[in-house]
Design a protein around this ligand. Structure first.
Ligand code: ADP
Length: 273
């Protein structure tokens, strides 16, 4: 899975990255493998929660239709909601805008024993904000450094960070918009503004390339995931998260002493009714 990892200081050109997986894994096998990852992730999250020491932050970024919501559903669908949290970052409120852009983010970072998934994130402040000139370049241009320092702070204080860029092609995006119109249950997801946003495709591409080039660090790496095939996207992301959490080498807390004496007491209680 390291082939999807962006090494620090790489100058990223998204034209070099495929959005469509056409390797050897077949869809049916990929889906079966995902089920295995789901089970393992459920066990790992339980261990993480029981141990209560590590913190895990997963960041998902990608254009509309890239599948951020669906990834969360399919990768984390089996995980116990206790100890897991999804945070969606929308257009900032008046109060949020009155503070620095990391203020609203920091309060949602994971505590000990928690997994937090960011559906969009502080990276919007170098993406949509840049594309739409919401602040001048003299302001957003400094944010890459802030973000690296902020994520270093989180990592130094015990947070494991994984960042996924969900890479879809322009054609696939149009097809997914159309699919939303074609399926009555999905129509609510269609927003005509999304088509306006699509006109900025090249500008977004440049902003994503800068983000990936400047903020993939040893303590908070970016992975660029080919997302035109949804099952493959889910498989790769689940597999990277599983490997990363496994590497934390977590342990269940120490057992209570004298287990046998407690067992005896409980068996007596049951016998006595
Ligand atoms: P989603 O597309 O994530 O399902 P929405 O349709 O509500 O949810 O979109 C959220 C919107 O909020 C996106 O257009 C995104 O660019 C915008 N947004 C998020 N963070 C910021 C920010 N810091 N500044 C401006 N807009 C933002």
């Amino acid at each position: 899975m390291d082939k999807y990892l962006i090494q620090p200081e790489t100058c990223v050109n998204l034209d070099d990255f495929t959005t469509y997986y056409d390797g050897e894994i077949k869809k049916k096998d990929g889906k079966a493998r995902l089920k295995e990852h789901n089970k393992t992730l459920r066990d790992l999250q339980e261990l993480l929660y029981a141990e209560g020491k590590r913190k895990v932050l997963v960041i998902l970024q990608g254009i509309d239709t890239s599948g951020k919501d669906s990834t969360i559903e399919h990768v984390f669908g089996d995980v116990n909601p206790q100890g897991t949290k999804v945070v969606n970052f929308k257009v900032p409120s008046k109060k949020e805008l009155a503070h620095d852009y990391l203020w609203r983010v920091h309060q949602h970072t994971p505590g000990s024993g928690e997994i937090v998934i960011f559906n969009r994130s502080h990276y919007e402040d170098v993406l949509v904000v840049r594309v739409h000139d919401l602040v001048p370049e003299s302001v957003w241009g400094k944010r890459y450094e802030h973000i690296n320092a902020f994520e270093k702070l989180l990592a130094d204080e015990g947070t494991t960070i994984m960042k996924f860029f969900l890479n879809v092609s322009k054609k696939e995006q149009a097809e997914r918009f159309l699919a939303r119109l074609d399926r009555p249950q999905k129509r609510w997801k269609f927003n005509p503004d999304d088509l306006e946003e699509r006109k900025h495709w090249d500008h977004y591409k440049a902003a994503y390339e800068d983000m990936l080039s400047r903020t993939s660090t040893p303590w908070a790496p970016w992975y660029v995931i080919p997302c035109d095939r949804k099952w493959y996207r889910n498989l790769v992301i689940a597999s990277i998260i599983e490997d990363t959490i496994k590497n934390l080498e977590m342990q269940y807390p120490a057992e209570v002493e004298n287990i046998d004496s407690y067992r005896d007491r409980l068996e007596t209680m049951i016998a006595e009714g």
